[in-house]
Design a binder for this molecule. Structure first.
Ligand code: 3NM
Ligand code: MG
Length: 594
């Protein structure tokens, strides 16, 4: 009998401890409620995980659980205990076992349980993942994604980039067909982005490099192996404990999780906002645009900015607050300067809100506030702009970057060369970092001293964007912008040196971007067709629209005779921002093309 195909999208792992289950509830009750009160298929597979139970109790529980899982066609596995699995399988109450790295090995378990048994393995490193596949695992559980109170003795918290690394290694070793779920701290509010962001997708040039490496290593015979295209590897689902076992309504939680995982799989990087998918349905597919957005798209986004009054929530330092708030007002946004993480949930729920995190003055306290705010904005499906100010300067800031990047999904990262480099390096393993640092050092331009050349800059931006699946902006004399796939790339070179002479203008660009991205996401709801909505609800286009507005207004201001220096520049810049935005809203884009 061939093994049934399993839907790994939502994988329920049980836990009978009171802290997880809540008082007066039992595992069979909660699992029963999860199955009975959710559409069939919401939960695809279940694992009984009991760390302190005897075999006989476990057998009894498996019998109870199988009454729900069996009719639903969801395999029921048992954690660690191959002996219990043998007995329960003989009774028809169990379909396999899930093994940790300290348990009986896959090959032995296979001989004990037979070919029909489903055997899964937990992996938290690249080597463990590849070895488990080689030994014959039917699926892998990858983790720990996020630190979780449910299991505190986990070996590594790897974040979504760690998951990507393991998926990449699986694909490279020829195990791309083996299903993989991830585990640790996943719930209804982050499942969508974990599925989307945890998947590994190579950049076209990364394939080339790896192919070139293969040819070199294997000499003349290598040519034939190059043809094997690395198509990447997605996650098949999420494994959760508390998201369902602790839920007041386990059925509703299961239903929502199944929906979120489906959306994470089907939605492209530009489809991250709950609002549009629920309006236009999930059948919308994004057709890749190439290069910069058209003037008419920019114009529609700026009109949206004018019509929407997005709320720009800035978590930023004292020096920048005043000018950022004034610039927000000038572009038609409503600024809120609040550094309190506790307020974020309320603010995220306001219409057309977006968050700017400016890491300028990072302390343990501000970092905790950022993390709380990121979670709130992710949960509300609202955009986040991250400005990693001075990221590379100190150990404290480098660590803060890691914490922020693993706290949730960021929509846009904006920084100068050093900052973007730091964010890129912070997501690599030690070994990869050493290699990347050597590569970056080589690519420094001869005349530019401490700066990367144009090719290296654009590659850096695209790589970071593709890895984090977000828009990345590297600012400089020429600004480089990549979309969230690393495939669309644009440069903007319209700014003015005067911007560098006034404090807070760089940070305020983040504020403008929050306004255009938020406005674009909201405005797409009003577009007549899904295709049009797609073009407007595109953070990449929205970022370019915001940059164009910002830089053009600065250039126009600086060229006016009344502007004698940085002091007189600021008020005229505010005037120009406001004027250009209003002109765009009226269909006049002449300011953007002279
Ligand atoms: N295994 P929750 S983390 C059972 O990293 C388990 O291997 C983990 O619980 C691993 O969904 C974990 O409540 C607990 O965060 C996951
Ligand atoms: Mg175990």
């Amino acid at each position: 009998m061939p093994k049934p195909t399993v839907d790994y999208s939502v994988y329920l792992v049980t836990d009978s401890t009171a802290a997880v289950l809540g008082p007066g509830r039992t595992v069979p009750e909660v699992v029963g409620a999860a199955f009975t009160n959710s559409p069939k298929g919401s939960i695809g597979i279940v694992q009984l995980r009991e760390k302190n139970s005897d075999a006989r109790t476990m057998l009894a529980t498996l019998a109870e659980l199988h009454a729900f899982t069996g009719p639903a066609g969801a395999p029921l596995l048992v954690n660690d205990r191959v002996d219990v699995a043998v007995a329960a399988m003989a009774r028809g109450h169990c379909e396999g076992v899930h093994l940790g790295q300290e348990d009986i090995g896959v090959a032995t378990a296979r001989r004990m349980l037979g070919d029909d048994a489903i055997i899964g393995v937990t992996a938290s490193t690249v080597d463990e993942a590849v070895a488990a596949c080689r030994d014959g695992a039917d699926y892998l559980g990858l983790g720990t994604v996020f630190a979780t109170p449910t299991k505190t003795n986990t070996k590594h918290v790897v974040g979504t980039t760690g998951i990507q690394r393991m998926l990449k290694a699986m694909a490279a070793a020829g195990y791309g067909h083996i299903p993989a779920v991830c585990i640790g701290g996943i719930n209804t509010s982050n499942a969508r982005r974990v599925i989307f962001q945890g998947g590994y997708l190579p950049l076209p040039e990364e394939e080339d490099e790896e192919a070139a490496g293969t040819t070199e290593a294997t000499g003349t015979t290598g040519a034939s192996t190059v043809a094997q295209r690395n198509t990447g590897k997605k996650l098949d689902g999420v494994a959760v404990v508390s998201a369902i076992m602790s839920a007041a309504d386990p059925g509703a939680a299961s239903t929502l999780l199944a929906d979120e995982v489906r959306l994470g799989k089907t939605e492209g990087p530009t489809k991250f906002y709950k609002s549009t998918s629920s309006i236009h349905g999930s059948a919308v597919t994004s057709s890749p645009l190439s290069g910069s957005p058209s003037t008419s798209t920019v114009q529609r986004i700026l009109r949206a900015l004018n019509d929407t009054t997005p709320l720009s929530h800035n978590m930023t330092n004292l020096v920048v607050q005043n000018i950022a708030a004034n610039i927000a007002l000038a572009v038609g946004a409503s600024p809120i300067m609040s550094n309190s993480g506790k307020e974020a949930a309320d603010l995220a729920r306001l219409p057309a809100s977006a968050l700017v995190i400016n890491m300028g003055t990072v302390t343990a306290e501000s970092l905790a506030n950022y993390v709380q705010a990121i979670r709130a904005y992710n949960a509300a499906g609202r955009p986040i702009i991250f400005d990693p100010v001075g990221a590379g300067a100190t150990v404290v800031r480098r660590e803060a970057v890691k914490t922020i990047m693993s706290a949730g999904y960021i929509d846009v990262i904006k920084g100068n060369e050093g900052e973007i480099q730091t964010v890129y390096l912070s997501g690599l393993s030690d070994e990869e970092r050493t290699k990347a640092e050597a590569g970056l050092a080589q690519q420094r331009g001869v005349d530019g001293g401490n700066t990367l050349d144009a090719v290296a800059r654009s590659r850096l931006v695209r790589r970071l964007a593709a890895r984090e699946k977000c828009v990345v902006v590297l600012t400089g004399e020429v600004d480089y912008v990549s979309d969230a796939t690393g495939e669309r790339m644009a440069t903007v070179a319209e700014g003015h040196p005067m911007l560098g002479q006034v404090t807070g203008t760089g940070c305020s660009l983040g504020t403008v971007l929050s306004a255009t991205v938020a406005a674009a996401a909201t405005a797409s709801i009003r577009e007549a067709t899904p295709q049009r909505a797609d073009k407007v609800n595109d953070p990449f286009s929205a970022v370019i629209a915001g940059m164009l507005l910002f830089e053009r207004a600065a250039a126009r201001a600086a060229s006016q005779p009344v502007v004698k220096g940085p002091g007189s520049f600021v008020p005229v810049f505010l005037d120009e921002l406001s004027r250009c935005r209003r002109m765009a809203a009226q269909g006049d884009m002449s300011w953007a093309s002279d």
